[in-house]
Design a protein around this ligand. Structure first.
Ligand SMILES: [Zn+2]
Length: 105
């Protein structure tokens, strides 16, 4: 016959969390870049053009400039008050070429 195995109530039926839960320090909102832009935000931003290429901080001339530069078409988008203005109308071409949409005003 099967011997009855007495369940030893040695261990409590609760999951004991090993050690104190490390409380994540509240990330100080000091931006790691001079543009004051959240790097996470930068990660999800993309060029509004059809290629939706990723953007990188700064302008080709000045990496610390408050701009975002498209890695594909080279459009430079301004950052105003920490808000990137991803509008083709607001973009300037880093190439200086006249090929951008030059809609007359
Ligand atoms: Zn682009």
């Amino acid at each position: 016959m099967a011997s009855t195995v007495p369940a030893p109530h040695d261990q409590p039926n609760v999951h004991s969390i090993p050690g104190p839960v490390p409380s994540l320090p509240v990330p100080s909102l000091q931006a790691p870049n001079p543009q004051g832009l959240d790097p996470v935000l930068l990660d999800v931003l993309a060029c509004p053009a059809d290629h939706h290429a990723p953007l990188r901080l700064g302008s080709p001339d000045d990496p610390a400039a408050p701009n975002l530069t498209c890695t594909e078409c080279g459009r430079v988008f301004p950052i105003r008050d920490g808000i990137p203005v991803l509008l083709l109308d607001e973009a300037t071409s880093s190439h200086g070429g006249p090929s951008l949409d030059s809609a007359g005003r």
